[in-house]
Design a protein around this ligand. Sequence first.
Ligand SMILES: [Zn+2]
Length: 622
Amino acid sequence: MNFQHFAQRGVRMNGSAITKLCVLLAAGVSLAAGRASASNSDDKKEFVIRDVRIFDGTRVITQGQVWVQNGRIKAVATDVKAPASVRRIDGAGKTLLPGLIDAHTHAYGTALKEALPLGVTTELDMFADHSFAAQIKKQQADGKDLDLADLRSAGTLVTAPKGHGTEYGLVIPTITSPGETQAFVDARLAEGSDYIKIVYDDGKAYGLNFPTLTRETMAAVITAAHKRGVLAVVHIGTLQGARDAIESGADGLAHLFVDAAPDAEFAALVAKHHAFVVPTLSVLATITGAPSGKVLAGDARVTSYMTPDSIRNLGSSFPRKSGQFSFPQETVRRLKAQHVPILAGTDAPNPGTAHGASMHGELVLLVGAGLTPAEALAAATSVPARVFHLDDRGQIAPGKRADLLLVNGDPTADITATRSIVAVWKAGVELDRESYRAALEKDKQAAAKSLAPAPAGSESGLISDFDDAETPRARFGSGWVISTDSFRGGQSTAQMKVIAGGAEGSKGALAIDGVIVQNSIAWAGAMFFPGSAPMTPVNLSSRKSITFWARGDGKSYRVMVYSQSSGFIPKMQSFTAGSEWKKITLPFSDFETDGHDVMGIFFGAWSEPGPFSLAIDSLKLE
Ligand SMILES: [Zn+2]
């Protein structure tokens, strides 16, 4: 275990013995990787991706070739001069990226298996069961687990008795005073921790109350970690906590804060201390009530490769909201201006996140906080590799591991293109994503076919009459939300509100107003989720059609039904909303479903630019 441990940090340590171990291990890994792929035909072990846009971790090469041999990148050039016998993969219209590195996760269960199909080839765990991490890392050092994301782990985190980290049911050692810190850190390194994660947070910013380390103890842990040549990363919850950690010599912050805007000196302080920051905007967005996971949970490019549990988790949120999302956004802007290294990390699987999937959301959030798409991609590749001394990855360059992600389109122009994954390679071995997706789909179908009963509350068929509340309510499911093209980079907007005066003289109706801004795919409107969580499929097959009343500005509108079995791609029908209330009946069969796995029903505007105004009422299943 020590062997493996030191080898992984060899570059940071002095001493030739350790360097030698590192070299031996590297050789071992590459031989093992060769064996693992021996079952593939020879042409799969060596290939050239040609005519492809390359984001090499830092820069864009608009058109080039990448030659992969024995799990490593052999050459990157406009013409790599590989023998004609080497298999060519056409990269026209596509972009090749280094595999993504998620710099903040909690890896257990199927986390690593779920991450890889979505392009995350390395996870930096920030607290997990050390024996699980040790087992995975051993298998990976033996060249196994090529269908899992690679793992580095903090193992057991460093926290106070009853502090944050002790509430998850895993019994862990804790510390109380500076005098214990070296022995405590050494015990973590003996368990295999690749770096030290410290909790310095009393939870108050989130309405909680945890004991936490004193500033002196935190500082002593950092010193103890540095004495052993490993990084010390600090979880903080407030601006003051972040300042304390940086001033105490933390190498990096494992989150940003939502309790306050950054003060004028904060970013300069981080820069002065040469620290890095993993903002974890995905989880902060959820905590502050601005979740991005729900949006991702509606994107079939992502959800087709996710388990139902993870899709549910992606759509979930924390029981209470705290702080403001604009604070970490502003902090990221200022950190960027001070050239502080910013790393993409999701904190999966916290509520509102999922392994793999959330990296694509984190990239969008980083761009929203002022990074260019290329800077966001660097934050997910070359920057974490450099900061965490993962010298064999994070770049497309000769000698690096062939951990690669091929996507359609150009994510350096449109960051959401990272979701249009064509292929993922780990150590030069292509993951069979299609088999993974098909197996998931089969499970999903089987689960749907076992036909859960119709959701409780749906017996009458009525979904919403908008007669008894000021906010839109539904008789079952998880309610109404606004859905727009914003997560696909669009700028369309919508609002909804219950208005007086419904169809057939009823009390109220739902008004949906907004503006469609022209884009390749533009939509805006309101979505009803029939399941207990957004995009959870429910069996509505005892009913044959969707009926509702509509009125509006005379424009054409869409109903979109999301079914799990149609690969999460909605099926649509259009209707016209004129100045008089009109009843509309749309059979499920028009949406190419029998209704056994409905995840969402959308009402709104589609494609035609300009303002729109729609009202619906008496939504029922008949
Ligand atoms: Zn975390």
